[in-house]
Ligand binder design. Structure first.
Ligand SMILES: Cc1cc2nc3c(=O)[nH]c(=O)nc-3n(C[C@H](O)[C@H](O)[C@H](O)COP(=O)(O)OP(=O)(O)OC[C@H]3O[C@@H](n4cnc5c(N)ncnc54)[C@H](O)[C@@H]3O)c2cc1C
Length: 599
């Protein structure tokens, strides 16, 4: 006989009349015990209410916007095992999710499938006398290129590094990770000082000396890039400045300030990276229209800034300019900021910035942008399009495109996809066995730490080692405020692939450390394979999430089970404790929260 059970809001601490911001199930859904039913949002935190029993939802007693308290009925489920469930949930219960050893590039968000191109036929050797000869030639000195060159040199290979710019370090050190984080640190300080005003420490409105801030950022970059130049010298890596293009499978021609130079190499590692996508139709000649490199120059603090693209780079720069005093508007084509990320992870960020920014418009695109005397006049299109507006500056941050089509790779016989990626295997070999490709040019995720790990493998393979890139996962971080970090399988991916997973979330509203920072809006989420109890994914939103995520990455790499994480003694009181506590939630051993007893 089927039984009807009411699923109620459990004891949620000192909260009552908490609004429901999202209903996560619908009538007819089969829910598992502990599956989230609704998301509640209090002034301090968002929390999901789990089902206290499994069954098929027959009635929903709440809708978005309702206020609930302990004991409010959320749904009524029919618990007879014979009730007809949705086919995917039946399958979900039987599917195993043994973590596979697979290249991390595919473990993360894969690139959209592209038409396979046939390999071009390479050009003949030029027959010219080379200006340089080397065992390994590395094209591009970003985190991929310099790491590959240094590792190759450390393995006693005579190495030459080609870079078109004066400074080594590529996008990451010069116009990416490092300068953006220096500015985000300044933004954090401003925000922290502002937050403390409500707790009795009032610093007042910050005075921003833009020239000094820019000099600080430039100083950080100079220190690091200078360090690279010194290390290249110590390792006897020869550097040539100029733009390199292939002439044949063993030759690259470099356009230098002293004319064309020819390099002949035994092996080459292509690390030519990527560049910002410039949305067509924007008045790019106008200095008020910026890409991320321009935005990092800190030319001025615009009164009104439009950020086109709600991805990581756009939101990080929005964070900087918001803290510096700009009125920020963000438009994003998709229905979510940081598309592809689990929506619950993005929510605390969105809630914070929604209160600070002039507008966040999802499912919206820029229809036109015209340079006027007094600003850039922008019109929008889409479901939530705002009225045309004038902005003092516009930042276009809609993604990055690989440089594969700019190095005459065809002359070397190297396959390049239409989008400009150069496919490589686990040893980072292209279709031409003595030519390797690493970093952004190989494919997503376009992240510096992926590039450096690939670089070491490529260099080691050049030296005859049996190395391969077989990382299980690659973490991603948005250094926004709060930070958002995730690694491995996401909840969304688990659902799409019908993986049999258990999800445990520790709300930072229960973390003494987070509350002591008045930043209890975050949470730590672990995703476990129910069969093996192994952690296969995780996400953290909150301050310092980017520093915390490594523990989850290590746990996944080591095949750690929930008990391994829960029984690891984390120091108290720390934010890292939240990882141990999330594992305890999965284990049912948590004492820092009250969870209804499992029967
Ligand atoms: C604003 C911003 C913030 C970012 N923040 C982060 C972050 O926090 N964390 C993170 O992991 N990633 C971040 N990234 C991404 C990161 O910078 C890249 O993933 C990383 O730099 C890729 O390294 P790479 O070695 O593949 O290529 P690149 O860094 O792009 O380096 C390629 C190098 O090759 C040179 N080159 C290209 N073609 C030629 C040629 N024909 N001849 C000579 N030289 C050539 C280029 O000048 C460049 O120096 C950020 C990017 C941006 C734009």
């Amino acid at each position: 006989m089927p039984t009807m059970i009411e699923l109620k809001v459990p004891d949620i601490g000192d909260f009552s009349g908490v609004p429901v911001i999202e209903v996560l199930v619908k009538i007819g859904d089969k829910v598992e015990k502990d599956q989230s039913l609704v998301t509640l949002e209090s002034a301090k935190a968002t929390m999901e209410v789990p089902a206290s029993a499994a069954g098929v939802v027959r009635e929903l007693r709440v809708k978005e916007g309702d206020n609930v308290s302990q004991g409010s009925v959320i749904a009524v489920v029919e618990t007879d095992a014979s009730v007809e469930a949705k086919p995917e949930t039946t399958q979900a219960a039987t599917k195993k999710t043994e973590p596979e050893k697979k290249p991390a590039a595919s473990a993360e968000k894969p690139a959209a499938p592209e038409q396979k191109k046939t390999a071009p036929s390479s050009a003949k050797d030029s027959g010219r006398k080379p200006d340089f000869e080397c065992q390994v030639c590395v094209l591009g000195s970003g985190p991929g290129g310099y790491t590959a060159a240094f590792r190759a040199a450390d393995l006693d290979l005579d190495t030459l590094l080609i870079e078109r710019y004066e400074r080594l370090g590529g996008v990451c050190l010069n116009v990416g990770c490092i300068p953006s984080k220096a500015l985000l640190h300044a933004a954090d300080l401003i925000n922290d000082a502002e937050l403390m005003a409500s707790h009795g420490i009032v610093f007042g409105k910050p005075k921003i000396e833009l020239d000094k801030l820019r000099a600080f950022k430039d100083g950080v970059v100079a220190k690091l890039t200078g360090g690279l130049a010194a290390m290249a010298k110590q390792r006897k890596v020869r550097g040539v400045r100029g733009v390199g293009t292939f002439v044949s499978p063993h030759e690259i021609e470099i356009e230098t300030s002293e004319g064309k130079k020819l390099v002949r190499f035994e092996k080459c590692i292509i690390a030519a990276g990527s560049q910002a996508v410039k949305l067509p139709g924007l008045p790019w000649g106008d200095p008020r229209v910026m890409d991320s490199t321009d935005a990092l120059m800190l030319g001025e603090i615009p009164k009104k800034l439009l950020v086109i693209g709600g991805g990581i780079i756009g939101l990080e720069m929005a964070c900087v300019y918001d803290a510096l005093g700009s009125e920020v508007t963000v438009v994003e084509l998709f229905d979510q900021l940081m598309p592809g990320t689990d929506p619950d992870l993005v929510r605390p960020l969105q809630q914070r910035i929604a209160k600070r920014y002039a507008g966040i418009y999802l499912k919206t695109k820029v229809a036109s942008a015209k340079a006027q005397k007094n600003g850039i006049e922008v019109t929008f299109e889409g479901e939530n399009a705002p009225k045309p507006q004038l902005f003092d500056r516009v930042l276009c941050a809609v993604g990055r495109t690989p440089n594969g089509n700019k190095i005459a790779a065809d002359k070397a016989g190297v396959t390049v996809t239409e989008r400009g990626f150069i496919p490589a295997d686990k040893q980072l070999r292209t279709n031409v066995p003595h030519l390797f490709a690493i970093g952004d040019i190989v494919g997503p995720p376009m992240l510096a730490h992926k590039a450096t790990h690939e670089a070491k493998v490529a260099a080691e393979v050049c030296a005859g080692h049996k190395s391969a890139f077989d990382a299980r996962v690659i973490p991603s971080v948005a250094y926004t405020d709060p930070e958002v970090a995730w690694v491995g399988v996401t909840e969304r991916e688990a659902k799409d692939k019908k993986l049999d997973v258990g999800v445990a979330k520790f709300p930072w509203a229960a973390s003494g450390r987070a509350l002591g920072m008045d930043r209890g809006e975050g949470f730590t989420k672990l995703i476990f394979d129910k069969q093996t109890q192994r952690v296969i994914g995780g996400g953290i939103v909150g301050v310092h999430a980017g520093d915390l995520i490594s523990e989850i990455a290590l746990a996944i790499e080591m095949g750690a089970e929930a008990a391994d994480i829960g029984l690891t003694i984390h120091p108290h009181p720390t934010l890292s404790e939240s990882i141990g506590m999330a594992a305890e939630i999965f284990e049912g051993t948590i004492t820092d929260l009250y969870l209804p007893r499992k029967t």
